[in-house]
Design a protein around this ligand. Structure first.
Ligand SMILES: [Zn+2]
Length: 147
């Protein structure tokens, strides 16, 4: 059985990033379908199912790969404004900020106090205003004077 599937899938495109996205989109439309009865939604679901089934089985590998590349390009462009937000959540010790003048992304050290702070862009020299919600605490790891 496993061998037959492998033989069948040989020379076919297989699942990719666009496939995963279509799966997620399909489940979203399924959930939406519980609340909304719409013919358009049904058509979208049908198209998604058809694409989910037939895209991985396609033998036109270059065409499918091209579609996937286009999807990834659009996805990256849409997610670009959120990269610094993602970085700020991940890295707790720095603030990531984009310079408005030269569009360089700067990695700034956390200020010692909360509030509005200023920094200078090393690339173009423009003053950057940042609001610090978090601050770096000075931690004492070892102390000679014990109470
Ligand atoms: Zn700059």
């Amino acid at each position: 059985m496993d061998d037959r599937i492998r033989k069948f899938m040989y020379g076919r495109y297989g699942p990719d990033e666009l496939y995963k996205f279509q799966m997620v989109l399909y489940f979203i439309t399924l959930i939406l379908g519980i609340f909304i009865k719409s013919k358009i939604l049904s058509i979208v679901q049908l198209l998604l199912v058809a694409s989910i089934i037939f895209r991985p089985m396609s033998k036109k590998i270059y065409k499918r790969s091209d579609e996937n590349q286009r999807y990834l390009k659009i996805k990256n462009n849409l997610l670009k404004p959120f990269t610094n937000i993602k970085r700020n959540i991940k890295d707790k010790d720095h603030i990531y900020k984009k310079c408005h003048k030269c569009k360089t992304t700067l990695k700034l050290p956390l200020p010692s106090k909360r509030g509005i702070k200023h920094a200078k862009c090393p690339h173009c020299g423009k003053r950057i205003t940042l609001i610090a919600f978090k601050c770096q605490k000075i931690e004492i790891i070892t102390s000679k004077n014990k109470k």
